[in-house]
Ligand binder design. Structure first.
Ligand code: V47
Ligand code: SF4
Length: 394
């Protein structure tokens, strides 16, 4: 991990030297300043007692120690092959059961190639492929898709498929995780996105997504990918029926796997959105709770280099705020190619930002926009770039 030395800012020092500061919070802050690992008890304590000013100042300190002012984004688009799904996650607003598949979409390989071809000549670096689990879209179908994408555009990084999709595909094809991942990698898959993790603890998992891959299955597919030299991301769907300790348990399992493999790039907390799903009665978390979540993730996940706020889900204004609460990555330009969050009630009904708009969003929050590729090679620093009004409005 790259780290720089940053002296704590006066605001943080004032908070830490206040005689009113709870003694547990003072002890945890000292650990953070000394780069000591937080325990699960510390994590729970932060959720229970940490107020937003304290958490923000501490998480921002760690963020600046790791990345200074840099905030990363990439130029990407999504392909969602289908929203037909054999699983029945209660939080999902997007999927349609196979028996109701005429209400959903199912793209052919040619149709997906046409999406890729729309970006010919444009400087996108990544395609993110993720969707429902369709019983007829199998390992052969997706290896063929990736071969065709790579034949058309070899430089486009393919990040795709969650362990939910992969586990189903591999079981159907009767191949092991190792064999299946090797086939996917040979066909062109380069990294895995973080989806499908939800909340690992079985007490919650059984209530919100009982029929898909469990925690060990999810972690094992990421472990297998890491052992083959692939990098991956990790998510956590928070702010519904879970308790704080379930969040800490989830982060702990990811942190342990990261100690073992060092294959995770980024942790992405995903805020539960409650529109048009079977959990519509569960209220959404407040922005204060969201910012506390990001800050605690930054403090707890000490072996994850990057913390991402996914703006299509959070909305662009809240995403800007997270940049002061530990976040150093805002994902990509997206180009209105994902439906998962608009269908779940996000403010972003047609998520798309051009490079100028995304870079400006970051500048407005006082940070330095840096375009990256999927594996965090820096592509371009936008700090000195002036944008025209046309570019910003486009
Ligand atoms: O696993 C589904 C989540 C995830 C809802 O790795 C919901 O770069 C909130 O993982 N409210 C898929 N969240 C998306 C995902 C992702 C997105 C962007 C970047 C990356 C990356 C990964 O979406 C699912 C699930 O946790 N989700 N429904 C909902 N109602
Ligand atoms: Fe299917 Fe994914 Fe929706 Fe679950 S979250 S029902 S696995 S599309």
């Amino acid at each position: 991990m790259t780290t720089t030395t940053t002296a704590p800012k006066p605001g943080l020092l004032t908070i830490l030297s206040s005689p009113a500061l709870d003694k547990d919070l003072k002890r945890i802050a000292d650990k953070v300043l000394n780069r000591e690992r937080l325990t699960q008890e510390d994590g729970i304590m932060l959720f229970e007692k940490g107020e937003i000013g304290y958490l923000g100042a501490l998480a921002n300190y760690v963020r600046e120690r790791l990345h200074g002012n840099k905030t990363y984004f990439n130029r990407n688009f999504h392909i969602e092959p289908t929203n037909v799904c054999v699983f029945t996650c209660k939080f999902c607003s997007y999927s349609r059961l196979y028996k109701n598949r005429e209400e959903g979409w199912e793209l052919s390989i040619d149709e997906m190639l046409d999406i890729v071809k729309k970006y010919d000549g444009q400087p996108v670096t990544e395609v993110h492929i993720v969707g429902g689990v369709h019983p007829k879209m199998n390992l052969d179908f997706f290896t063929e898709l990736m071969r065709r994408i790579k034949a058309h555009r070899p430089d486009l990084h393919i990040k795709g498929f969650t362990p939910v999709e992969l586990d189903y595909m591999f079981r159907k094809a009767k191949v092991s995780a190792e064999e299946g991942m090797r086939m996917m990698k040979e066909a062109g898959l380069q990294s895995l996105p973080g989806g499908g993790a939800e909340i690992f603890h079985p007490d919650i998992r059984v209530q919100i997504c009982h029929d898909k891959v469990d925690a060990d299955g999810w972690l094992n597919i990421h472990r297998t990918a890491h052992n083959m030299g692939m990098v991956t991301n990790a998510t956590m769907l928070y702010g519904h029926i879970e308790e704080y300790w379930h969040r800490v348990d989830h982060m702990e399992r990811l942190r342990s796997l990261q100690d073992e493999t060092h294959g995770f790039n980024t942790f992405i907390p995903l805020k539960f959105r409650n529109k048009d799903n079977d959990m519509a009665h569960v209220p959404e978390s407040t922005i204060v709770e969201d910012l506390r979540m990001y800050a605690i993730a930054r403090l707890y996940m000490d072996n994850f280099q990057h913390l991402k706020a996914y703006w299509p889900m959070l909305g662009r204004n809240s995403a800007q705020l997270t940049l002061s609460f530990g976040v150093n990555d805002l994902d990509g330009t997206i180009d209105d190619t994902t439906k998962i969050y608009s269908m779940a009630g996000s403010e972003e009904q047609s998520p798309s930002m051009n490079t100028a708009q995304l870079a400006m969003l970051i500048k407005q929050a006082g940070r330095t926009p840096v375009e990256r590729d999927t594996v965090y090679n820096e592509v371009k620093d936008y700090s000195e770039v002036e944008f025209t009004e046309e570019e910003l409005l486009n």
